[in-house]
Write a protein that binds this ligand. Structure first.
Ligand code: BES
Ligand code: MN
Ligand code: ZN
Length: 516
């Protein structure tokens, strides 16, 4: 059954590369990127093939190159192989960056897919000059291939897989050509792994239980050459992970903890990057139950865990020279006869006691034990990714994830890497005084800090479990899912943070070593 086959796959074909004259490229649509108000160098050539329609569109201002707009016209010349030409806007020169390129490529891919064109070629020459731009194009095209309707019965609802081709300048030096090929391959891997995370986030909670997530992680991890360990409830109990086991109690589904390890052939130093992702396969809120309106969205409460799994797959394929360990704590947060109650006190694996004043603040509980475990496994630098608080959406909206952590150099590095990778983030403060809000009458801390600064107190809770290591936390509660379709972003799961985590593993040369 094709529905099942499509699940948890990357859903895209590798992006092809060719260096040939544009006229000879045979595609359903040949895309030419345009910077706003700048006629691309290939325009006059292509214009002749369309009977002058491209220049007319420019001159009448029907198309200006404004970001993520498109203009399509048939090819009339019999000397050109492609059926149509599409202009896609990259936006203004002053705002030109990899993000603009990535979004324009996704715009073109989604526009072509909607019209059921199967072969899309995109011309890079001059407008998008270097391998980095080519990587962004490959990422954007691959992201445009994601399909979310796998449970639809009508086979016509399903788009034909698009074949993508990137057209380079003819006569490129062979070294330059090799750089392009590598960058495009990298972009494809990052896009495809983002799509893997999206397919997991999209999966309903009745199929994607903690056990199934762990099974998939085992398959993906082994197929990628990662070392996989899945901890079941007995081992979790043996490690005294009382926070995670406490959250899991209300569910009939047993918890799991997935550990994925990447060992480079020649590690460049002693650092071990620890990636931790929240894996709540469904969050009802537990006894502090959520209102039913919109509760179905809580199937996406494992998006951070999916990002870590998908980033580990990308890392295994791209082979950075730093050790990486990925940890994904998996639970279903349900109310049940055995569920924890508000006021219960739990003990974490590293011995801290927590008074659970709200069972809906479960993410920080399972992450507390997972951060400890990442340290226990030797992580020296930590990043966690979690759909942690509604409050982050109040602060930053739907386009920007909250960034928290310490020390500043580590947080800055994660922030710069994220913004370059197209996962927009903004740093929030972690002043010590906010810690007061987590004070408990009877235990070491409570699990909620009240309404003011809700995302910050959640982050400060996590900080208690980082053992003073460099640590950054990404709150993706409002960025993991797009509520509205945009030209460059389909409605649904976004795959946020996958590219950030994978790219971060390539920055280890710039990490100060202990004692320096
Ligand atoms: N999974 C939610 C956070 C969330 C909210 C994700 C909206 C995506 C969209 C988290 O477990 C949660 O329930 N957080 C509470 C914390 C509160 C009880 C302190 C929240 O944000 O309301
Ligand atoms: Mn919750
Ligand atoms: Zn949650």
């Amino acid at each position: 059954m094709h529905n099942r086959d499509m699940r948890y796959t990357d859903q895209s074909l590798p992006v092809g590369v060719v260096a040939a004259p544009l006229a000879g490229i045979d595609a359903d649509v040949l895309v030419i990127p345009v910077i706003e108000h700048e006629k691309p160098p290939t325009l006059s050539l292509a214009d002749a093939a369309t009977g002058g329609r491209l220049v007319t569109a420019f001159e009448s201002r029907e198309f200006t190159g404004k970001a993520n707009t498109t203009f399509v016209t048939p090819v009339v010349s019999i000397d050109w192989q492609s059926a149509r030409i599409m202009l896609v806007g990259v936006g203004s020169r002053s705002a030109f960056d990899h993000g603009a390129v990535r979004m324009a490529a996704t715009t073109a891919a989604l526009a072509a897919r909607e019209r059921r064109w199967r072969r899309l070629a995109i011309a890079l020459p001059a407008v998008l000059p270097g391998p980095d731009e080519a990587q962004a194009v490959a990422e954007g095209l691959t992201l445009g291939a994601f399909y979310s309707g796998i449970y639809k019965s009508d086979p016509d609802a399903r788009p034909a897989l698009i074949e993508y081709l990137i057209a380079l300048d003819e006569g490129l030096d062979s070294h330059v050509r090799a750089d392009f090929d590598q960058a495009i391959g990298r972009g494809y891997i990052l896009g495809a792994c983002s799509n893997l995370a999206r397919s997991l986030a999209n999966e309903p909670a009745n199929t994607l239980t903690p056990r199934l997530f762990a099974d998939i992680a085992g398959q993906v991890g082994s197929a990628s050459g990662l070392v996989v360990d899945v901890l079941d409830e007995e081992r979790l109990a043996g490690l005294n992970m009382g926070l995670l086991l406490g959250v899991a109690r209300g569910s009939a589904e047993p918890p799991r903890m997935v550990v994925l390890r990447y060992e480079p052939p020649r590690p460049s130093g002693p650092a071990v990057l620890g990636l931790v992702g929240k894996g709540v396969t469904f969050d009802t809120g537990g006894i502090s139950i959520k209102p039913s309106d919109g509760m179905h969205k809580m199937k996406t409460d494992m998006s951070g865990g999916a990002a870590v799994l998908a980033a580990m797959k990308a890392i295994a394929a791209l082979r950075p020279d730093v050790r990486v360990v990925g940890v994904v704590p998996l639970v279903e947060n349900m109310p049940g006869g055995r569920a924890i109650r508000p006021g219960d006190v739990l003990r974490s694996a590293d011995g801290k006691t927590v008074e659970v004043l709200d069972t809906d603040a479960e993410g920080r509980l399972i992450l507390g034990d997972a951060l400890w475990y990442a340290r226990h496994l030797g992580a020296t630098h930590l990043v966690d990714v979690a759909t942690l608080t509604g409050a982050v959406g109040v602060a930053l909206g739907r386009t920007t994830s909250g960034l928290f952590g310490t020390p500043a150099w580590w947080v800055d590095l994660v922030g710069r890497t994220a913004n370059r990778a197209g996962d927009r983030v903004w740093a929030m403060p972690l002043f010590d005084d906010y810690r007061e809000q987590l004070r408990s009458e009877i235990a070491d801390l409570t699990n909620i800090g009240g309404r003011p600064a809700g995302s910050i107190t959640a982050a400060l809770f996590l900080k208690e479990f980082t053992g003073g290591l460099p640590w950054a936390h990404l709150d993706i509660a409002f960025t993991a899912w797009a509520d509205d379709a945009l030209p460059y972003q389909a409605k649904g799961p976004t795959g946020v943070a996958v590219r950030t985590l994978a790219e971060l593993s390539f920055t280890s040369d710039s990490w100060p070593t202990a004692g320096s």
